[in-house]
Ligand binder design. Structure first.
Ligand SMILES: Cc1cc2nc3c(=O)[nH]c(=O)nc-3n(C[C@H](O)[C@H](O)[C@H](O)COP(=O)(O)OP(=O)(O)OC[C@H]3O[C@@H](n4cnc5c(N)ncnc54)[C@H](O)[C@@H]3O)c2cc1C
Length: 344
């Protein structure tokens, strides 16, 4: 019997994990359609901690556990909390065990990409819309498949085939800055993550590989607020100068969006969703793990039960798991950045 034709929208961590696990189980008619023109079209930012039990199980299912371990930064599990006014260390978790080592997102994505059969990803092919078993590409052409998997992230086009929901602004803004080889900032950040907070203003910094740091200032703000460095520094005026130094460098504004909870849909043969397309939630360290876990679960369920029953089995486990994670991350965001005061 020929392999079912499977289309995956999006070559993010979720889409690539799904393609890899399907190929490992003998599915040889899997295509990933990615709207970006090449693997390097956009800098793949940040660092991802793969959790034991979710992301790590997915990378194991992808047959890439040893390769991931060789790249993972176990020392990146270090957590430091510092006082915003004095910059003194007030809590410290040394890096221990292997519950959630870090890896650069770019390294993880490359590991997955390199593991796929040549030609699996069609670069520069965006999906405009989908229906069960059919996609319409951005150039207007269409193609049919046994299954269309929407792994196309927060602003998924495939999602519209199953649900009318769209992401809503959470009221919380991240402003990201990047720093290279800065000894003072590296010292404050340590090997992993540093966090400081003061009445609804937060700052956290994460060490990536190669002495690179990504810092995120975080506050309640208007959705369209686009602060300059000077405005940020003014907002954090009471903070210690060494912490305010994280607020220099080009600011990248990231208003945070989330899908409503619960986000669910009627099982519909021929189309399903995974990752952010299914359950976009505040970025508190679980989204990529869940996307990869969804992806591995879906592929394994298809391998065991076939396309039709496999999707049903996957959705019946994934949807309640997603609701649980959405509720936890929404509560976590509220705890981190309470509704009052609104800073900007
Ligand atoms: C600042 C920040 C930090 C984060 N840190 C962490 C963390 O430490 N740990 C963690 O677990 N999660 C983290 N997350 C969340 C995590 O990034 C996401 O949950 C995860 O990337 C979701 O993976 P995905 O494969 O579902 O979607 P994505 O990674 O968004 O991939 C979607 C892909 O689909 C492509 N695409 C989009 N539209 C189309 C289209 N129409 N046609 C074709 N292709 C399309 C996109 O170009 C992209 O390649 C963070 C998020 C943010 C914003």
């Amino acid at each position: 019997m020929p392999s079912p034709r499977i289309a995956i929208a999006g070559a993010g961590l979720g889409g690539l994990t799904c393609a890899r696990v399907l190929q490992l189980h003998g599915f040889d008619d899997v295509t990933v359609f990615e709207r970006e023109s090449s693997p390097d079209a956009r800098q793949q930012g940040g660092t991802i901690d793969l959790h034991a039990g979710s992301g790590q199980e997915a990378i194991r299912a992808a047959g890439l556990f040893d390769e991931w371990r060789a790249l993972a930064r176990f020392e990146g599990q270090e957590q430091r909390r510092v006082d915003p006014v004095t910059a003194e260390l007030i809590e410290h978790e040394p890096p221990e065990g292997d519950f959630r080592p870090e890896i650069d997102r770019g390294q993880l994505r490359k590991l997955l990409l390199d593991s796929l059969a040549p030609g699996t990803v069609s670069w520069g092919v965006g999906i405009g819309s989908a229906r069960p078993g059919e996609v319409t590409f951005l150039d207007g052409s269409t193609a049919t498949f046994d299954l269309v998997i929407g792994a196309d992230g927060a602003w998924s086009r495939v999602r519209r085939a199953l649900s009318a929901a769209s992401p809503q602004y959470t009221g919380v803004m991240f402003v990201e800055t990047r720093h290279d080889d800065d000894e003072q900032l590296l010292g404050l950040t340590g090997q992993g993550t540093m966090v400081a907070d003061d009445e609804g203003l937060m700052l956290w910094a994460q060490r990536n590989s190669g002495n690179h740091i990504r810092a995120y200032a975080c506050m309640r703000a208007r959705e369209d607020w686009r602060p300059s460095n000077a405005q940020l520094l003014e907002l954090y005026a009471d903070w210690h100068p060494s912490l305010r130094a994280f607020l220099t460098g080009e600011p990248i504004h990231r208003p945070l969006y989330a899908l409503p909870v619960p986000h669910t849909w009627e099982h519909t043969p021929g189309v399903t969703l995974l990752g952010d397309a299914a359950h976009l939630m505040p970025p508190l360290g679980v989204g990529a793990n869940l996307a990869m876990e969804d992806a591995a679960d879906l592929a394994l369920a298809i391998a065991e039960h076939g396309v039709r029953e496999g999707v049903r089995t996957y959705e019946s486990a994934m949807l309640p798991r997603a609701v649980d994670a959405q509720e936890r991350t929404n509560a976590g965001l509220l705890d981190m950045v309470p509704e009052r005061p609104i800073r900007v």
